[in-house]
Structures are given as C-alpha cells and as structure tokens.
Design a protein around this ligand. Structure first.
Ligand SMILES: Cc1cc2nc3c(=O)[nH]c(=O)nc-3n(C[C@H](O)[C@H](O)[C@H](O)COP(=O)(O)OP(=O)(O)OC[C@H]3O[C@@H](n4cnc5c(N)ncnc54)[C@H](O)[C@@H]3O)c2cc1C
Length: 389
C-alpha cells in the first residue's frame, strides 16, 4: 500500500515549519549540512518518496511526490534541492540498481540513514555534459575509475554518489554508464568546499577519483544508458526545482504582504497603494502559472513530452522566482534589505536555482529543438517572391 499524498504533504509542511524555518539562518552561519534535520526528514517519510514500500519508500508517483519540494522550498530552496536529488538517487537505486546493491542500500536511503547524490558535472563539462572525461576501465568484474567531478552537492556528506562515467575513449555518449560509489571507497576524495556567499550549509566541492575500484553490482545504468538515464534524472530534478521555486515565491509574497499591510504611509498603509498591489499581483499571477506548469511537467515525466515540459518548467519558474524575490524586496523598501526578513537569501537562492541542473539557456535549447521537430510536421508555407528556393 502506498502512502497518501495528503499525508506526505502534511509531513513536509510540518518539517518545514519545525525544522527549516526556525533554523535555516543558523545553518547558514554554521556552514554545516544539518544532518539532524535530514534524519528527521527521513523519519517523516520524505526521503523515499518514489521508492516502493517494499524498500521502505512511500510509493508515490513522480507527479504527486514532486509537490513535496514546494512545501520544503517555502523554508529553503537549497535544502529542498538537496533532498530532491537524494530522492532521485533513491528512485534510481530502487528502480534500476542490481538486487545486491538494493539489498545493501535501498532501505538505508529511503529511511535517510544514508544520503545519496548525483555526480555528472566536470570542470570542463557543465552544460556540455557529453564532453566529460571520467573513465571506468572494466576488468574482471571490477570497475576502476579515474577522473574528477565538479559542483558535487552534499560533497563529503552523502554516503554514496551515483556517478556518470565513460568506459572508452570514443567520443559521444554511447559508452557512458552510471555507477554508485560509496563515500568510503579507497581513492575517493573531495576538494576544499566552494566558497558560496549563501546556502553555505550545502557542501559543494570537486570530487576526485584516483583508481577507485567498485564491483559491477554497483552499476545503476549499464554502458550505453548512462547519459540518457542522467538526462531523465535531470528532467525530474528540473521539475523538482520548479516545485521548490513555487515555495520560494510564496514565501517572498507572504513576507511582502505581511510587511506591506502594516507599513504606515500617506495616511494609510503601503498595501493600499495601487502600484504596490499591482507589483504583488504580478508575483501572485506568476505563482499561479508556475504551479500549473510544474504540476503539468511532473505529470509528463516518463512520457515523450517529459523533457520539453521539464524544460518549460525549469525555464519559466526559476525566472519567476528571481522576479518575485526582487519585486518583494522592492515593495519593502529599505527594510527589504535587512537580514531579518530573509529577502536577500531568497534572491540568491532563486539565482542559484536558475543555474543548477541545466541553466535557463539550456532549457531554451531543449525547447528550441522541440520546436524544430514540430516545424517538420507542419506544412511548408510558400515563400514570398524573391526569397529564393
Ligand atoms: C549550487 C549548485 C549545485 C550543483 N550540484 C550539482 C550536483 O550535485 N551534481 C552535478 O553533477 N552537478 C551539479 N551542479 C552543476 C550544474 O548542473 C552546472 O553548474 C550547470 O549545469 C551549468 O554548468 P556550468 O556551471 O559549467 O556553466 P557553463 O556550462 O559553463 O555555462 C556558462 C553559461 O553559458 C550558457 N550556455 C551554455 N550552453 C549554452 C547554449 N548552448 N546556448 C546559450 N547559452 C549557453 C549557460 O546557460 C551559462 O549561462 C551544481 C551547480 C550549482 C550551482
């Protein structure tokens, strides 16, 4: 029996109110991943959303489960992002891992006793993901891996890294695979943490692989399926980010409303001014549109429309979040710049969410290619005279 989505969303709301909202500023000051909070997220059933019950998961569909990140995103977008990546890795483990790997890891991941993340990006291959070098040599049932990954979230904190590797020197992605590398594997190490000005509790670093040896039972996606599998994971991640951004927009809007209804000016309050209502009205429209879009994208995951719908959501919603954070800061005047209201944190988070898991521009590329395909199916319009053949 699967969990009801209403119960899981209520658990996410409660986790946000009890763990994220009161503590996020402290987490950022400490600059340390809040493992106690993610343990509680696991206990609340938020870390195995799409995993079957037989492995301790909630058995939710992607379309339902992704709504959890809207609730968590009201508290903090970076925390919501990290837990969304863990959930995708857990989904991949339970769905595609070998029986031996599932036996060792599935329940540990769904319960949150162990955390997982995904390593695709390399210093020379961000948007151009197919240009990666990290190489596995397959020998006698063992994979020996050398290379370096960049921008690994939960670096050093996650217990296992689902890593995309090449298995030959051939160009292209036909030789790519995904294999799980446990943190304590000899030869695996991390560089110094990146110095980010915000979301400091999310450890981000390069990951080095120096003759790292893992058994074949750790294969998540076999040779030939590594990049396509990673791209499917990224579609889920893009939609999850759009969901988290809706939480961020709602928090920005409610903060501005809570302030503007009390800020006295011109014999009334700030919220009485038409101009202020229009600014906040635009944010409210963006929020409604964003919710519809990410939910439609979540329903399309796994269908042929999945990638382009995820791209629409990833293109539109983080941009709407940037606008919301900026507009709501502006509505609050100088007070919008004070740390106590958290608007600066929302601005930095929304910008980060435009970049991670495929930038806004890469979403435009995906949409542009889909439009080219659509054009192929349309009749040719005759060109005006003089436009050539
Ligand atoms: C906070 C954070 C956490 C992350 N966590 C992870 C993680 O856990 N695992 C992981 O594998 N990766 C992770 N990443 C990496 C992330 O996915 C990449 O940063 C992202 O894909 C962009 O790559 P890049 O930073 O190398 O930018 P680049 O690829 O160098 O892009 C630079 C600029 O060029 C633009 N651009 C690129 N291609 C085109 C094009 N064809 N047309 C027009 N413009 C283009 C981009 O939009 C961008 O504006 C994380 C990143 C961040 C910021």
């Amino acid at each position: 029996m699967t969990s009801s989505i209403d119960a899981v969303l209520e658990a996410a709301r409660a986790h946000c109110a009890a763990e994220i909202v009161p503590n996020v500023d402290g987490w950022n000051k400490a600059g340390v991943w809040p493992r106690g909070a993610s343990d509680k997220a696991g206990a609340a059933g938020l870390l195995g959303l799409y995993a079957p019950e037989v492995f301790g998961g909630q058995g939710l569909s992607l379309g339902d489960g992704i709504q959890v990140f809207e609730q968590l995103g009201k508290g903090d977008g970076a925390y919501a992002f990290a837990l969304s990546m863990h959930n995708i890795c857990t989904f991949a483990t339970c769905g595609y891992g070998t029986d031996a790997f599932k036996e060792k890891w599935a329940r540990a991941l769904t319960s949150g006793r162990k955390l997982a993340n995904f390593a695709l990006t390399e210093p020379q291959s961000g948007s151009d993901a197919a240009n990666m070098y990290t190489r596995a040599v397959v020998k006698d049932g063992k994979w020996v891996i050398n290379g370096a990954k960049a921008w690994v979230s939960l670096a050093g904190e996650a217990d296992v890294y689902l890593t995309v590797v090449k298995t030959s020197g051939a160009p292209g992605h036909k030789d790519m695979a995904m294999i799980a590398i446990p943190k304590d594997t000899p030869g695996l190490s991390f560089g110094p943490l990146y110095d980010t000005p915000s979301y400091k509790f999310l450890p981000l670093a390069e990951m080095y692989l120096d003759n790292v040896e893992v058994p074949e039972e750790n294969i998540i996606l076999p040779i030939g399926q590594g990049l396509q599998g990673a791209l499917m994971a990224i579609d889920i991640a893009r939609t999850s980010i759009a969901s988290g951004c809706c939480g961020l927009i709602e928090t920005a809007l409610d903060t501005a409303l809570s302030y503007a209804k009390n800020r006295k000016m011109f014999q009334g309050v700030n919220l009485d001014l038409d101009g202020i209502q229009w600014m906040l009205g635009d944010v409210a429209t963006d929020l409604e549109a964003s919710r519809l879009l990410y939910k439609a994208a979540a329903k399309a995951l796994g269908t042929p429309e999945g990638p382009v719908m995820a791209a629409h959501a990833k293109k539109f919603v983080p941009d709407a979040a940037v606008r919301a954070a900026n507009t709501c800061t502006q509505v609050m005047g100088g007070s919008g710049l004070l740390a106590q209201y958290g608007m600066d944190r929302l601005s930095r988070l929304s910008q980060m969410l435009r970049i991670v898991d495929g930038t806004t521009e890469i979403s435009r590329v995906v949409i542009g290619r889909a439009l080219q395909k659509r054009a192929e199916g349309l009749p040719d319009l005759p060109m005006p005279k003089g436009y050539g053949e």
